[in-house]
Design a protein. Structure first.
Length: 161
């Protein structure tokens, strides 16, 4: 399938970009590719007790849907609800869940991007004018494991989200 824009990631950033694209460029075709089976990415995956944002949600929230809760440093569950509400109705149908982008190549002759997408072991090929990565910086398949001098000698408890 061919699109004007393919957004990679249905988290806080991806949903925000999709909303602005829909409002500011209503004639453009787009889809959101999400590797997980649900919306919200980081806030859907990390649900351990006490998880919260380290950013002020009054500042980091969407201009089209201002953060109205009293706690600026919000808990993960509240942020996930906020992202879901922002996507409701007109954005959710454009999300293609369980789609992991494995490659992106650009063809100068056609001025088009080709994205190779894994969907449950099957390969899909999508093309677009512009891919936009909103995938974040976490490796959602494996936690970050820092290294430091003496790591192998450490006998204490290690906790990784």
């Amino acid at each position: 399938m061919d699109f004007d824009v393919l957004i990679i990631g249905a988290g806080l950033s991806g949903i925000g970009v999709a909303r602005y694209l829909k409002v500011k460029c209503p004639g453009k075709t787009s889809a959101i590719l999400e590797a997980k089976p649900r919306i919200g990415r980081t806030w859907d995956q990390f649900r351990y007790p006490g998880i919260r944002s380290d950013s002020d949600m009054h500042t980091m929230g969407y201009a089209f849907k201002p953060w109205t809760k009293p706690k600026a440093i919000a808990d993960g569950e509240s942020i996930l609800s906020y992202v879901k509400e922002a996507a409701e109705n007109d954005l959710t149908p454009h999300i293609r869940f369980d789609r992991r982008v494995t490659a992106a190549t650009y063809d100068s002759a056609t001025q088009r991007w080709t994205l190779t997408v894994d969907h449950g072991g099957e390969t899909e090929t999508l093309t677009c004018n512009f891919p936009l990565s909103c995938a974040g910086y976490y490796d959602h398949h494996a936690g970050y494991l820092p290294e430091w001098d003496g790591y192998a000698d450490y006998k204490g408890r290690l906790v990784h989200p």
